[in-house]
Ligand binder design. Structure first.
Ligand code: NDP
Length: 265
């Protein structure tokens, strides 16, 4: 048959929920596609593996997003600035790359009320995507990171950024945790007193980690903020990738089918 094959490249990749989410989407629209996991150790091999296995599309996750960007034939949209991609499409033998994490984040925070200013904790790959997405939307974004080392990218793009040592807090509507603190441990992404002060004037807190209430979100909730974890961000980056994979437009029922797939045990 003409089944199209899709995959997620990562290391590790065993834990990924993308296959169950994407396959639920294919089933929902009766699309003849299958989405599998593909462990890749060397990020520079991603493009060749993609073409050799005749994948129609792929997602790329940690730690390969920058390699995937470098090796693509053509990079489209905001991904050109972010310099990291999470989606590949085979277009007539050419590898086309997109970043759907950035618009996925914007979709995820739509459920909050109006937001004019954001404090973004962390300066890794996810922070790059989120900060440029916010900047493009005209939302004021300030980056705060533990160390100075990763701040060059933000300076180059005229994004206000600080290390813990140089930070002078102001008021922000939304505080976003894009660090991996709290993922597998009980650490807060920065000093507790600082967070409690920020939470006095902020209304919303978002954590990119999904499937658990991190110490960051727990503290925000204690301080009466509206909180949200990374599930919707994961869902919407997947929905946007699905639209590229299948060349279709997602409607509400597809989004809900993919959400259900994501939540399956
Ligand atoms: P990176 O490894 O690129 O960046 C990690 C960042 O976290 C760095 O800025 C690092 O600071 C900081 N950090 C790590 N540990 C601590 C700590 N204990 N205290 C303070 N800061 C710390 O990671 P990514 O940007 O790729 O991913 C970040 C998180 O986002 C992950 O938890 C990931 O699971 C999640 N994510 C969720 C997605 C979703 O769809 N929901 C999509 C993508 C990512 P320093 O520079 O000082 O080392």
């Amino acid at each position: 048959d003409n089944k199209e094959l899709f995959t997620i490249f990562g290391n590790p990749v065993e834990h990924s929920k993308s296959p169950q989410m994407q396959n639920a989407g294919f089933k929902h629209i009766n699309y003849n596609g299958e989405y599998i996991k593909h462990l890749v150790e060397n990020g520079n091999e991603i493009k060749n593996i993609f073409l050799d296995n005749a994948y129609k599309g792929a997602n790329i996750t940690v730690p390969h997003k920058e390699f995937a960007y470098k090796n693509a034939d053509e990079v489209r949209g905001l991904a050109q600035k972010i310099k990291a991609v999470n989606t590949y499409i085979n277009e007539n033998g050419k590898v086309i790359a997109y970043n759907t994490d950035a618009p996925g984040f914007l979709k995820a925070i739509e459920s909050f009320g109006s937001i004019k200013s954001v404090l973004l904790l962390g300066a890794g790959g996810t922070a790059k995507a989120i900060s440029l997405a916010l900047q493009e939307k005209g939302i004021k974004v300030t980056v705060l990171n533990r160390s100075e080392g990763k701040l060059d990218f933000f300076k180059e793009h005229n994004i206000e950024c600080y290390s813990w040592e140089t930070f002078n807090p102001k008021e922000y509507d939304l505080i976003v945790n894009s660090t991996s603190a709290g993922l597998k441990d009980e650490y807060l992404p920065c000093d507790k007193n600082l967070l409690e002060n920020l939470f006095k004037t902020a209304k919303y807190a978002f954590d990119c980690v999904y499937g658990k209430v991190t110490p960051f979100l727990a503290l925000a909730k204690e301080n009466a903020l509206e909180i949200k974890d990374g599930e919707d961000m994961l869902l919407f980056q997947g929905v946007l990738a699905f639209e590229y994979f299948t060349n279709t437009k997602a409607d509400e029922s597809l989004v809900e089918a993919m959400r259900k797939g994501l939540k399956e045990k």
